[in-house]
Design a protein around this ligand. Structure first.
Ligand SMILES: [Mn+2]
Length: 173
């Protein structure tokens, strides 16, 4: 399969400018752009044209799907915010969601903390919050995934589109 690049953001909480900024920077240059929920924008907003977006616990607009399962050639992506799978308490439900969809990559958010980890052959990715970080990494971030046949490279970027090198990580598929 040809290599793919995904841009992933989450938890922008009303900050439309950063969603628009990231979209304008990457649209047409990457395979796909994702927002994992809690945008607090109307689902009809044109900023969502060409972005895969799901509902967060702060999105009261019923136009958003709770989850998406997107089969790209050679890689299937499962996307959800995470609150419906109670990820504050357990990973079991999120892992089951990914497995049932036969996903290779599972994108989530909700915790406002960047994380990339592999479990039972699935790569789980939280891009952190692009507007309201929590935890020890006090940086507003989004993520980039570079996907090849045999590996996935995860990197994080600041809102100024600077690489945040401490979080770069590579996973064998
Ligand atoms: Mn949130």
């Amino acid at each position: 399969m040809a290599s793919k690049t995904f841009i992933v953001m989450s938890d922008s909480h009303g900050d439309r400018e950063i969603v628009k900024d990231i979209k304008e920077r990457y649209l047409g240059k990457v395979t796909a752009i994702f927002h994992n929920g809690d945008s607090e924008l109307p689902s009809s907003d044109t900023v969502w044209d060409d972005i895969y977006v799901v509902a967060g616990n702060c999105d009261y607009d019923s136009g958003y799907p709770n989850s998406l399962l997107i089969p790209f050639p050679g890689v299937t992506v499962a996307q959800t915010h995470g609150h419906l799978y109670h990820i504050n308490f357990t990973w079991d439900n999120l892992i089951r969601f990914a497995q049932e969809g036969e996903a290779d990559i599972c994108l989530y958010g909700h915790l406002h903390r960047p994380a990339a980890w592999q479990e039972q052959g699935v790569l789980f990715l939280n891009p952190g919050s692009v507007s309201q970080p929590r935890g020890e990494i006090n940086e507003r971030l989004y993520a980039k995934l570079d996907i090849d046949d045999d590996k996935v490279s995860v990197s994080y970027y600041t809102r100024e589109h600077q690489l945040y090198p401490a979080l770069s990580k590579e996973f064998i598929r």
